[in-house]
Design a binder for this molecule. Structure first.
Ligand code: GLC
Length: 418
């Protein structure tokens, strides 16, 4: 219901002259420029619609956000109208959100069908995609050149190059330099990083799309043992507590050769005040013994609370924030991967943020976390998995026995069906 009038975005409601200004609240997490970027777009929406929108800032951790959302929604909180939701949450939070099928029927076809499917639970469109996410291997071009090394395409190669450069640079007076930083804390991000290691090693995707528990296998154990070997050698012991921003902090101060992170870290690393500006590039994550690279599918969506007393205005806000125009602006500003495939050919995006077009394949072939098959159990499954990965990285038990224990826990959770 947005129309363009003299280059200004206005709502159909406003055109009809019956607009009533409403005060909305949106909750969103706070990684990198999340909040700044959202505010910019809310300001444009306020101007066009006459509504006011307040941001309620969430902690950076997706896991902490989820816990807070669950509390608010189970209490029927009326103060929040729009929730920014992770791609894996739809089945668990579906009952608390408005069905957007009707309100979005004219625009839903613009978006990637698989992302829409991930946000659809028993026919109900629980949330609309805002942007997608698929991680990258960040590498320091200058250091690889200095040591005459190619960009690693396997984990083994990555570990060897990381070690060689780390040792040589430390000996030459850079004691802070680390070979590799990634996410290893006990939270959702480590489910992503762990899934990538296992899937790239041919060890499957934790729970198959049919709902079978597949995680207890030798290839999965091999992948996690390998990563345990990195902790305290090429990666600081601190990775056991690292989330995205911790890894980026080390990387962006110039203290890592390689980093696993999402595309948001790209424009930040090239920011005017960044010590590594112009010195790095990204590649797909390395392959394991399975011979293929695996990238976990991430991304964020917008849902309207069933308890909102401003549902119509909240839906207008969602329509604006998921629109091609808003997605394009986010891609240009912060390399947010659009959920609208046509934008990958947009001439401005191609010219100004070539990484977006380069990442189309990675995003389209990304490995989903098992949120669809485990339904309302996903967070418990993920929690068991990230705990297993975190403990294995820390050397608390070996990978094979930890995966064996995880298998038993998941079987208990599953009982007959998820
Ligand atoms: C990113 C991804 C999200 C994922 C989170 C984990 O924000 O987009 O899907 O759950 O990282 O930390």
């Amino acid at each position: 219901m947005f129309k363009r009038l003299a280059g200004v975005l206005v709502t159909g409601v406003l055109l009809g002259g019956v607009a009533q200004a409403e005060e909305l609240s949106i909750v969103a997490g706070s990684i990198g420029k999340d909040i700044e970027e959202l505010r910019l777009q809310l300001d444009a929406f306020e101007k066009a619609s006459g509504h006011k929108v307040k941001i309620v800032t969430m902690p950076a951790s997706a896991t902490d956000q989820f816990g807070q959302y669950r509390l608010w929604l189970s209490a029927g909180n009326k103060d929040i109208d729009v929730y920014r939701t992770d791609v894996v949450w739809a089945p668990q939070l579906a009952a608390s959100f408005v069905d957007l099928s009707d309100a979005m029927k004219d625009v839903v076809g613009q978006h990637s069908p698989s992302v829409i499917a991930s946000q659809t639970v028993n026919g109900k469109l629980v949330a609309m995609p805002m942007f997608s996410d698929a991680p990258a291997l960040y590498y320091r071009k200058d250091l690889l050149e200095k040591y005459g090394k190619p960009v690693p395409t396997t984990w083994t190669e990555l570990a060897a190059t990381a070690k060689e450069i780390q040792d040589a640079e430390r000996a030459a007076g850079q004691p802070q330099l680390n070979g590799y930083v990634f996410q290893g804390a006990a939270y959702e991000g480590t489910t992503c990083a762990g899934l990538e290691l296992i899937a790239s090693n041919g060890g499957g995707d934790i729970v198959s799309p049919q709902g079978d528990i597949t995680v207890n296998n030798p290839k999965a154990a091999e992948a996690l043992s390998m990563a345990h070997g990195w902790v305290g050698t090429i990666a600081p012991k601190g990775v056991l507590g690292y989330q995205e921003e911790d890894a980026r902090g080390v990387w962006q101060t110039g203290n890592a050769v390689f980093m696993r992170n999402w595309p948001y870290a790209y424009p930040l690393g090239n920011g005017a005040d960044s010590p590594i500006k112009g010195k790095f590039e990204v590649a797909p994550l390395p392959a394991g013994a399975g011979g293929k690279s695996a990238a976990c599918l991430g991304g964020w969506n917008l849902a309207v609370s069933k308890y909102s007393t401003h549902q119509q205005a909240a839906i207008e806000l969602v329509r604006y924030l998921v629109s091609a125009e808003a997605q394009k602006q986010r891609a240009l500003l912060n390399v947010r991967l659009p959920s609208i495939p046509a934008l990958y050919q947009d001439p401005d995006i191609v010219a100004q943020q070539p990484l977006v077009a380069r990442w189309k394949d990675v995003f389209e072939n990304a490995t989903p976390r098992p949120s669809a098959p485990t339904k309302t159990r996903y967070n418990e499954v993920s929690q068991q998995f990230w705990t297993t990965v975190n403990r294995t990285l820390a050397g608390q038990g070996d990978a094979a026995s930890n995966l064996d224990a995880l298998d038993k826990q998941l079987r208990r959770l599953k009982r007959n069906d998820w």
